[in-house]
Design a binder for this molecule. Structure first.
Ligand SMILES: NC(=O)c1ccc[n+]([C@@H]2O[C@H](COP(=O)([O-])OP(=O)(O)OC[C@H]3O[C@@H](n4cnc5c(N)ncnc54)[C@H](O)[C@@H]3O)[C@@H](O)[C@H]2O)c1
Length: 352
């Protein structure tokens, strides 16, 4: 089956999807955005039709893939309409603005047997893939530390008087409007997905979050999780330190998994620079006493993810990545909010 796609949302993230779709040989028939000026260059590049109404894409029988790269607030209606129309769907993360909406989307995708992916592309970083391959060699997993420290400038003092991080009195900040939250949703969601990828679903967690007074987004989320594969210490942090991290560029994201036979450390580079900055994996093996470094040429994990998704769509199969990945992350986020609000540990109530 050849793939004909419509892309809904032509903002910042879309360029990585257009690149991935082009590399995967997908025909891009439609581009959609409320802002014509955002969509027009892509319409021209691919000879695609422009629309401001995503339903034009849904109603086109020639389209068999809808790629959802618009703001998170419209993921739910677009995904549901695309699933009902029998299309395959790739949706940017986070899947929805809350776990209940994510449940509805995934249940519908399962009911209709739609091919459905939430694009958590960090699973497709070569260093992450290699770490997953080496994971069984660690034996029993004892402890995992995982963090996403992102340099967002100094937001820890006075609230900015305007712009992306300003919450107007009684209103909504731009970061919340576009992405649904602060550092937990923006940066933390990816590494929650990696906790699920490496260790499985946590059963219980305790969380503490920092939301500055008067704002509607968080700057820090620290979580202790119990998983079937040991304890996880998780932290997502917005900070002003612009020369920290393994590449000294302010991006400090690290996964460290300790098992009885060794340790895996993944240092990942910034999400929007991965085609020029490479991630790094270090594997320490306790028997030999040696550490091996795996360095890869920089490569876009978006393109690798989209190639994987489109390969499955062409074969007409969901393949090894579950429809539930986006739901799983949204459910963890909802329990982190619950636990930090109650100042109590909570059992995770997985709905599906
Ligand atoms: N994977 C990652 O690392 C990553 C990074 C950044 C953003 N994201 C996700 O990508 C999505 C988009 O983020 P972005 O940074 O591109 O935001 P953006 O604001 O740059 O772009 C979003 C676009 O959606 C369009 N839009 C809004 N409502 C629409 C509608 N009803 N129909 C069609 N288009 C509509 C807007 O006009 C805008 O052009 C979000 O869900 C975000 O969480 C993922």
């Amino acid at each position: 089956m050849s793939i004909t796609a419509g892309v809904v949302g032509c903002g910042n993230i879309s360029k990585f999807h257009f690149d991935g779709l082009e590399k995967a040989g997908v025909k891009i028939k439609w581009v959609c955005d409320l802002a014509k000026e955002a969509a027009q260059p892509w319409a021209q590049k691919f000879g695609a039709a422009y629309t401001a109404d995503y339903k034009d894409i849904i109603h086109d029988p020639a389209v068999n893939l809808v790629d959802v790269t618009a703001i998170s607030a419209i993921h739910k209606p677009v995904c549901l309409d695309a699933i009902h129309a029998g299309k395959a769907v790739i949706c940017e993360k986070t899947l929805a603005e809350n776990a209940q909406d994510a449940v509805e989307i995934v249940r519908e995708a399962e009911k209709k047997q739609a091919i459905f992916y939430t694009s958590y592309m960090k699973r497709f970083i070569p260093a992450v893939e290699k770490a997953k391959e080496l994971l069984p060699s660690l034996g029993r997993i004892l402890s995992t530390h995982i963090r996403a420290y992102q340099c967002w400038g100094n937001l820890w003092g006075e609230m900015p008087a305007k712009g992306f991080f300003h919450t107007p009195p009684g209103g909504i900040s731009v970061i919340r409007k576009k992405f649904g939250g602060g550092i937990l949703v923006c940066g933390g969601s990816h590494i929650l997905d990696l906790v699920l990828f490496f260790l499985g679903r946590p059963q219980r967690l305790f969380a503490s979050m920092h939301v500055p007074p008067g704002r509607d987004y968080d700057l820090q989320a620290a979580v202790l999780m119990e998983t079937p594969n040991g304890t996880v210490l998780f932290e997502a942090l917005s900070h002003p330190l612009n020369k920290i991290g393994f590449l000294r560029d302010g991006w400090d994201e690290k996964i460290e998994i300790n098992g009885v036979n060794g340790r895996l450390e993944v240092f990942s580079s910034a999400w929007d620079n991965m085609d020029s900055k490479s991630s790094l994996l270090v594997h320490y093996d306790n028997q030999s006493g040696q550490s091996v470094e795996y360095r890869y040429n920089p490569v876009s994990p978006f393109a690798r993810a989209i190639a994987f998704f489109c390969g499955n769509i062409e074969k007409g199969t969901q393949g090894s990545q579950s429809r539930r990945t986006g739901y799983d992350v949204d459910e963890l986020i909802s329990h982190i909010l619950l636990s930090s609000g109650k100042h109590q540990a909570v059992e995770i109530d997985w709905k599906i």
